[in-house]
Design a protein around this ligand. Sequence first.
Ligand SMILES: [Zn+2]
Length: 360
Amino acid sequence: MALRRIASALVMRARLSNGDLAELLAQKAETSSGILVRAFRRAARSAFLWPELAADLIAAGRPLTELHGVGPFIAKQLQKWIENPPRDQTKPPSIRRDFLTRADARLILAAKPEWSKRLHGDLQMHTGWSDGSATIAEMAEAARERGYEYIGITDHSKGLKIAGGIDETALAEQAREIAIVNGKMAGSGLTVLRSIEMNLNPRGEGDMDPKSLARLDIVLGAFHSALRTKEDQTPRYLAALRNPAIQILGHPRGRIYNFRLGLKADWPRVFARAARLDKALEIDSYPDRQDLNLALLRIARKEGVRISLGTDAHHAHQLEFIELGLAAALKARIPSDRIVNFMDLARLRRWVRKLRERHR
Ligand SMILES: [Zn+2]
């Protein structure tokens, strides 16, 4: 009996997390060739979405093919690793480091259920107006089901042609559609906010007429160019934060899992300036992004900057990615009064109004 307990304790210690499996899959991709490279890379990314631990499925005798993106071939490989964990697991390289899996996020959030209950809404998502797949009404319905008070529709602006960015005319047309959806949603407790993910150039300048932006409820700005430069980008961040049109800086580093490391800056200085200007930096909660990441969030907490949570959802079901942002903020111990989406709609509007008046 005692021996069995020791044996099971050893198994527990060696148990691989979904993050470990993701890393093993990513490493396997690097030593594979042909179609296997993509198969393993894709499976590595899927591992971040699994709501349960793969090791738990094995323990319960369930097939791993229940997990999103896992076919029989990948399942066999995963099972091998879970039953016989590799001895020397190497640490992920920086391009894959500091990403939470959904299973991690659920564990973190389960330890403090009152945290997630403070969330009033989601401030970054895309619709068919740019590169998203759902309509505004579909996003609103999914948000209502989640019990949100508000969502911000942040389709791309015209400068980002590759993502179907919209111009001032389209933005005005979108306003009419949002008004119709809000009319239908009346009494549901949900308000759809007019917003945008405005493309910022490396000088921190936007690509939209300020008059058109002033009609929006809230404005998110984000960089999409020169994201691979290795030089310090502090001036670009300071310029973006000074831009009077924006209140939130979206996916600040521009990193993407196993694809791009993101920009470098003097982060304490950037966050201190944001705090002084009372602007927010985002946790883009899209699994491949998770930007800001934990390491930077800890600096953000020290500097007292506001943090906004956005899923960057491109489909209605992706609103569930908010768990990753909520968990990262909780783990980094961001005070709840620093989280933009923990404000109710009236307070959110007051904050935006104050920023706009200050800049006038
Ligand atoms: Zn973006």
